[in-house]
Design a binder for this molecule. Structure first.
Ligand SMILES: Cc1cc2nc3c(=O)[nH]c(=O)nc-3n(C[C@H](O)[C@H](O)[C@H](O)COP(=O)(O)OP(=O)(O)OC[C@H]3O[C@@H](n4cnc5c(N)ncnc54)[C@H](O)[C@@H]3O)c2cc1C
Length: 175
């Protein structure tokens, strides 16, 4: 294991809770590390709030031609191509990924992609995504790791939803 690198602020998790904290600390001049194992920016821009609204917006656009007669218009055909819908969503997610990367660089956060694990008081070992490990410590350590929904063990639509959700997660950057 390598030597311990010391930071003033160490933020584990780059989601809504973690990234603003890390960016603000770094901008204020604190030596700050942010550790993220998979989704830079957390679930919201990668697999949750924003991708879901992107898809819902496609559905909204698709719904309007169906009301064309109401507005005195005539539309003869409408085809929904899910590949195009998915591509638009993926491009948005990739753009957001780049934006988060650039924001980390601009604020001076040391962004470390890997899985962190507390091994001693205020000390974290990181299994780096690119291989190898780093051990870092912080005067202040913030664990902002998000949460996970429980799936009740019942048959029916919940299980289908869970499978679709799993597929979306696998297709997200880093997934
Ligand atoms: C489909 C869907 C739609 C949603 N839409 C909305 C919406 O419209 N508006 C709204 O306000 N909210 C919405 N939400 C809720 C919102 O996405 C979450 O509340 C929010 O993203 C949680 O942020 P967080 O920072 O707490 O956690 P997360 O975003 O989960 O961030 C935690 C991060 O920590 C990382 N991490 C965890 N453990 C480790 C570790 N050991 N080492 C390194 N990294 C680690 C994870 O990879 C993750 O990136 C939606 C959620 C879903 C599922």
């Amino acid at each position: 294991m390598s030597e311990i690198e010391k930071f003033e602020s160490l933020v584990l998790g780059s989601g809504e809770a973690g990234k603003y904290l890390a960016w603000t600390m770094a901008k204020a001049g604190h030596r700050t590390a942010m550790v993220e194992r998979r989704w830079l920016g957390g679930s919201c821009p990668n697999i949750a709030c924003l991708p879901s609204k992107n898809l819902i917006y496609s559905a909204r656009v698709a719904s309007l031609p169906r009301r064309s007669a109401e507005f005195g218009l005539e539309m003869n055909s409408l085809a929904i191509r899910m590949k195009g819908v998915q591509r638009r969503k993926r491009e948005m997610v990739e753009g957001l990924h780049q934006m988060h990367d650039a924001r980390a660089a601009a604020t001076g956060v040391d962004l470390i992609m890997g899985e962190g694990r507390l091994v001693a008081p205020r000390t974290i070992d990181i299994a780096l995504n690119d291989g190898g490990t780093r051990r870092i410590s912080g005067e202040r350590v913030f664990l902002v790791l998000g949460s996970r929904a429980t799936m009740p063990n019942v048959s029916g639509p919940h299980r289908g939803e869970s499978r679709r959700w799993g597929a979306a997660r696998r297709r997200a950057p880093g997934g």
